[in-house]
Design a protein around this ligand. Structure first.
Ligand SMILES: [Zn+2]
Length: 153
């Protein structure tokens, strides 16, 4: 696996590339590397940054979101899947390109495939009873503390 140009770490969720395909692990490393002057004018830069941002948000939150249903009764799986459908719909042009129009189109296409994979994961998700119990306990504990605080100041 390729490593970050600046710090040599293996890029994970926050990976990013510049328009020459140079790889970074994060925005920080990307900004430290001062040799990507053309990125800002690239026709796909806004789409690239938008889908990358969404990807990072989803990867950081989807498990919590799935457990939210079991803890609070919402959101339903279907609603998460629909949100991703809507998102993918905004990038329909990039499906047609199949990643063939340069570095950013390739990255965007990969994100689209990853989001489809994420939809599969969400669809197949089954709650882990142990994990759910743990999350319930955290919630009760928070509630208990809040109540205590209200009673005793
Ligand atoms: Zn780095």
């Amino acid at each position: 696996m390729k490593r970050c140009k600046v710090c040599r770490k293996k890029p994970r969720i926050r990976r990013r590339v510049n328009n020459e395909g140079i790889l970074f692990c994060s925005d920080d490393c990307y900004e430290e590397f001062e040799d990507s002057p053309d990125d800002i004018d690239h026709p796909y830069i806004n789409d690239y940054e938008a889908i990358r941002y969404e990807y990072i948000q989803w990867m950081n939150n989807y498990v919590d979101d799935l457990y939210m249903y079991w803890l609070y009764g919402a959101p339903k799986k279907e609603s998460l899947l629909e949100q991703i459908d809507d998102l993918l719909g905004e990038f329909i042009d990039f499906y047609a390109l199949e990643g063939q129009d340069g570095v950013f189109s390739a990255e965007i296409y990969n994100y689209l495939i990853d989001f489809e994979q994420l939809q599969k994961e969400i669809r197949n998700f089954e709650v882990d009873e142990k994990e759910l119990k743990k999350r319930r306990e955290v919630l009760y504990e928070e509630k208990r503390r809040r109540t205590e605080k209200e009673m005793w100041g």
